[in-house]
Design a binder for this molecule. Structure first.
Ligand code: AKG
Length: 335
């Protein structure tokens, strides 16, 4: 079997489209992903980054934005796979609620679904710490966790479009999100190609690791699209994707002004019509309990119960953010 490390994504500049444009939808339909230019302005992206640091500080473990010595795992929130912080209240942080409320973010999703009545995920964020300070902070390498986020049998067709709003500029050295262009069109055959593998995956599990020795990847290798601060990548949950560090070396950290290599907000909106009253009742309670979720809003999935989160140690050492004071628009997105 091919070693995952050999599957090196190609860093490319792809077309970037306005939120809500017809062209963005055509590109998403054909390629399985699309980059929305400046869903947040650079000023909004910087504000969201400040709010992200407020969240990290308010965890109460001593994380200090200006002191990289306080960013190690004993103080940092639990992170999984590609440096994603999925829990400890992040889904209800002021940063995440701010990003979800920026009109262009909703507009992009509303155009995908041709529906304004959307529920938002209570997702987390990819927060990559500088690997020149600690190489152990490197995220999983692209290829190690190439996946789709939709069960190939129980969820046929387009069911979900995921998003990642980057607050920082990507570069070939740093890395970022990777996608396999057009691979959403492979989805319908997965149950035939990988019947054995699928047999061991519960039908309600929307995560399928895509084999890195699949011959289709030879002709269509993964790409890593350049993203400016505030850009949002949208991808169909059937599209093969993940994230990966770049080729390095990463920018040298200034100890007087340390920075995250990457900060990206995971955000996903689906039609409310795909959900139901029981799920929405759980979601309203999740706001009060500050529980995070995966990308799916049509089903209740509690990210604070991820095995990797539970195994990572004592969740009570982190203080939760305050219960968010949601406006009417935000409450409508809870359901
Ligand atoms: O952009 C990233 O960090 C990867 C996100 C991802 O793979 C996912 O949310 O499924």
């Amino acid at each position: 079997m091919k070693s995952p490390q050999k599957l090196t994504p190609k860093y490319v500049h792809v077309p970037r489209f306005a939120a809500g444009s017809k062209e963005s939808i055509e590109y998403l339909d054909s390629e399985g992903y699309v980059v929305i230019a400046n869903a947040l302005s650079e000023t909004e992206a910087n504000h969201a980054l400040d709010l992200t640091w407020d969240f990290l500080k308010e965890l109460g473990t001593g994380v200090d934005r200006n002191d990289v010595d306080t960013w190690d795992d004993d103080q940092w929130p639990v992170n999984v796979h590609g440096g994603i912080v999925p829990s400890q209240g992040i889904g209800h942080s002021a940063a995440q609620w701010y990003i979800r409320s920026v009109p262009a973010v909703k507009k992009a999703f509303a155009t995908v679904w041709d529906d304004e009545d959307l529920l938002v995920s209570f997702d987390g964020m990819a927060l990559w710490r500088p690997t020149d300070i600690n190489p152990m902070w490197a995220t999983d390498r692209g290829g190690a966790w190439l996946h789709i986020d939709q069960h190939p049998i129980s969820r046929p067709g387009r069911q979900c479009v995921q998003g990642a709003v980057t607050l920082t500029r990507t570069s070939p050295e740093i890395g970022g999100n990777i996608v396999v262009p057009g691979s959403h069109k492979w989805f319908a055959d997965i149950h035939k190609r990988y019947a054995d593998r699928l047999a061991s995956i519960p039908v309600d599990q929307d995560h399928f690791r895509f084999p890195t020795d699949d011959p289709q990847l030879k002709d269509t290798p993964p790409i890593m699209a350049h993203m400016e601060p505030g850009d949002m990548m949208l991808w169909d949950s059937r599209t093969v994707h993940c994230s990966s560090p770049g080729t390095g070396p990463v920018p040298k950290t200034d100890p007087a002004a340390p920075k995250l290599l990457r900060a990206a907000s995971l955000v996903c909106m689906m039609p409310k019509a795909h959900s139901n009253e029981d799920v929405m009742a759980m979601r309203r309670k999740a706001v009060l309990d500050r529980l995070s979720t995966t990308n799916w809003s049509d089903r209740w999935i509690n990210a604070d119960q991820f095995p990797m989160v539970l195994e990572a140690g004592d969740p009570t050492k982190y203080r939760l953010p305050p219960v968010p004071d949601l406006d009417e628009n935000q409450r409508a997105m809870v359901g």
